[in-house]
Design a binder for this molecule. Structure first.
Ligand SMILES: [Zn+2]
Length: 102
């Protein structure tokens, strides 16, 4: 896959979660594991990086899980490639990014 200026990518954790859920991620770039958590809705399975009740079904029971694990699991489910980039820059940032299909 070519990476050029037209390649869409997202770097914020909440955007990565959102685009993964939409099946738009072509390649997940996972840096060093962070201690960030992602909440998974018990009601509908929706993932979100922000605290509070589910933004989709308003279910109040959310299970927190290691962000890195959740993202990789979701990437596998949506046929996204998973890459560990040798980019110190990425590690120094939020530790995760995604290149999008569209
Ligand atoms: Zn929900």
């Amino acid at each position: 896959m070519e990476i050029d200026s037209t390649t869409r990518c997202v770097v914020a954790l909440d955007e990565v979660v959102q685009t993964l859920e939409q099946g738009r991620v072509r390649r997940l770039l996972s840096g060093k594991p962070s201690d960030k958590m992602i909440l998974e809705c018990v009601g509908c399975g929706h993932l979100q990086a922000t605290e509070g009740s589910c933004q989709y079904c308003k279910h109040s029971l959310m299970v927190a899980d290691c962000a890195q694990e959740v993202l990789i699991r979701k990437a596998v489910l949506t046929d996204a490639e998973i890459a560990v980039p040798p980019l110190e820059a990425l590690n120094a940032r939020r530790g995760v990014a995604a290149l999008l299909r569209f």
